[in-house]
Ligand binder design. Structure first.
Ligand SMILES: C[S@@+](CC[C@H](N)C(=O)[O-])C[C@H]1O[C@@H](n2cnc3c(N)ncnc32)[C@H](O)[C@@H]1O
Length: 593
């Protein structure tokens, strides 16, 4: 059992307890800061891409991203292991994976041996979600794929980390199209996508493009010159006495709102609306009145629904098929990909053309694929950051992105025949198969092969042709996790001075170093200005540095306050105080975060 419920009276929000929670509550602060080591730049000059694929445990990778990305990521999508307990997967979905077990052993200690599957999963997720929350921008949102194994636990944990008030929705994604008749209880055909905003009062989903189907609800039976319209109920539930009056139809009938309801507006305003032909009494002019909403007056898009059907965003099988097209040489490139269209839907709702998108459980790299597709479609400049722990980070995750960027040859399936079958039809199946045989014969020249499939009670014939999938363009940098910044309490001398400078500046200001500002200052040890304070790191590898009057005389740019790091300081205390100078001793005062 993963702990139980505690009711915190102070905040009136139930919180989840589980074994090992105490050990991980602040663990994100103990995770060592490691730098990112560039290994490859694909389709761009070395290091010049703004897209990143990182091979490594996301706990350390997320920490490594903080100095550059804290508060800047507009949209996070993660698809963590669902904790199904299934074994023998390409990656191990059970948190018993040796890497995670090792991590739990170190963090939770001996107690880790007694943890249940759920406790372990929660211990694994908690510090990662803490770091993800820091990375989100004020107007950002996180979307988390999950199923019933952990959905309820995840929801309570996220309430604690993101704030219950920032919960947006528990979206339903129809992941399968055919029922599983051997299921013991229900044939499970949906996943959840739990969505939280960093600040719900700031975050709003983008509207979805109006479809032909939604527009087709608008008609023009009275040839209104303002164009097609749809009618809605004129009566409302929130009762106001002044809005409760009879309306006389053109046919002369008196109509009242139904019991407990009233009309949506006052008598005077209603008379104006009737005069303006905005109230519809039906073709007979005798019906209960309804309000006309014109297509050209409705918002340019539709508010996204909370149930996402596979017809619109794909399903598990289509995701596998899509990946197989990119890796035709592999029998089963990756077990649990998500459909690109599913992630594209999230990007439509939660990003703009310049957003940064992060996926720290990247798997086969669907999120990068979706970002590249979207940029190609609308000329955007969205940036992606992916993290994948397993060794296929290069051979599957990055390789998919390389192929998508450059284009690849894919087997394209074109539907040639589709027949929804009733039970009676099934009795005559041989007739339909004969029809299919004829079509295959006729189209033999056009396709390299054919596929007959029976899905969703529908018999289908596809022609398969080799086609070129045009590249999306784009680029990325591939990184491995580098050495720790602080080793045995000292600044790690194997780190470049540039990375040490960035680290110190971030620990002081919580913002990334501004390289232009530093260049302009022309001072070798200047880190930057922040909040009327000038920061200096007087650091030399293998040399002891001393803050003295000689060093001070090199500072030309005046500031209200100064923070200066050095190995030693020989300036008198009252002098430092008088000139608003704070001396910070290396390594004693170097902070971890
Ligand atoms: C369900 S898959 C994600 C599938 C992905 N959405 C796609 O469409 O291909 C989860 C992925 O997270 C990775 N993973 C699990 N724990 C991780 C960790 N601590 N750090 C980085 N990646 C991790 C697994 O190796 C696996 O590839």
């Amino acid at each position: 059992m993963p702990g139980g419920f505690t009711f915190l009276l102070e905040v009136f929000v139930p919180t989840l307890n589980w074994l090992g929670k105490d050990a991980v509550l602040n663990h994100h602060l103990d995770v060592p800061y490691r730098t990112l080591e560039l290994k490859e730049s694909f389709n761009c000059e070395s290091g010049k891409s703004e897209n990143k694929i990182i091979h490594g445990d996301n706990l350390e990778a997320l920490k490594a991203l903080l100095p550059e990305y804290e508060g800047r990521v507009k949209c996070i999508y993660i698809d963590p292991p669902y904790n199904t307990g299934e074994e023998n997967w390409v990656y191990n979905d059970n948190v018993d994976s040796p890497k995670i077990r090792n991590w739990l052993g170190q963090v939770v200690g001996k107690e880790a041996e007694d943890l249940t599957r759920h406790d372990k999963w929660l211990c694994m997720m908690y510090p990662r979600l803490k770091l993800l929350q820091k990375l989100l921008s004020e107007d950002g949102a996180i979307f988390i794929s999950i199923d019933d194994n952990e959905q309820a636990n995840l929801k309570l944990m996220c309430d604690e980390i993101f704030g219950a008030g920032n919960f947006v929705s528990n979206l339903i994604w129809q992941k399968k199209f055919s029922p599983q008749n051997d299921s013991k209880w229900f044939s499970d055909n949906h996943d959840f996508i739990v969505c939280y905003a960093k600040k719900k009062y700031i975050w709003h989903p983008n509207l979805m493009e109006r479809s032909l189907e939604s527009d087709s609800r608008y008609k023009n039976p009275d040839n209104d010159p303002r164009g097609p319209w749809a009618s809605t109920d004129l009566a409302v539930k929130s009762y106001t006495k002044e809005y409760d009056y009879p309306i006389i139809t053109p046919s002369g009938r008196m109509v009242y709102p139904s019991k407990g309801r009233c009309w949506m507006t006052s008598k005077e305003r209603m008379d104006q609306l009737i005069k303006d032909n905005r109230i519809w009494f039906g073709m007979s002019n005798d019906n209960v009145p309804r309000y006309k909403t014109f297509l050209n007056e409705v918002q340019k898009g539709i508010v996204p629904l909370s149930i996402w059907l596979y017809e619109d965003v794909g399903h598990n099988q289509s995701a596998k098929q899509e990946l197989k097209e990119i890796f035709p040489e592999e029998h089963n490139p990756f077990d649990t990909p998500k459909p690109t269209r599913l992630i594209e839907r999230i990007l439509q709702i939660a990003t703009d053309k310049n957003s940064i998108i992060l996926d720290s459980f990247a798997g086969s790299g669907t999120t990068a694929h979706a970002v590249l597709n979207m940029n190609k479609q609308d000329g955007g400049n969205r940036k992606f950051i992916l993290v994948e722990m397993e060794d296929y980070a290069d051979s599957i995750t990055a390789e998919r992105v390389r192929r998508v960027i450059k284009g690849y040859k894919a087997d394209k399936k074109i539907e040639l025949y589709s027949k929804e079958m009733t039970v009676n039809d099934l009795k005559n199946a041989s007739d339909f198969l004969e029809e299919i045989k004829c079509i295959r014969e006729e189209r033999r020249e056009d396709f390299s092969s054919f596929k007959t499939e029976f899905e969703n009670n529908t018999l289908k014939l596809y022609g398969v042709a080799k086609g070129d999938e045009e590249g999306t363009g784009g680029d990325f940098n591939f990184y491995e996790l580098g050495p720790e910044m602080i080793l045995d309490g000292n600044l790690n001398e194997h780190q470049s001075v540039e990375k040490i400078r960035s680290y110190i500046y971030y620990t002081e200001t919580g913002t990334p170093i501004d390289k232009e500002n530093v260049k302009e200052s022309k001072h070798e040890f200047f880190l930057g200005d922040f909040d009327n304070t000038a920061y200096y790191l007087f650091y030399k590898k293998k040399e002891i540095t001393t803050l003295d009057f000689d060093f001070l005389s090199t500072i030309q740019i005046p500031s209200e306050r100064y923070v200066i790091y050095a190995d030693n300081c020989v300036l008198p205390k009252d002098f430092l105080f008088e000139h608003n100078i704070t001396f910070k001793k290396i390594p004693r005062d170097v902070r971890k975060f």
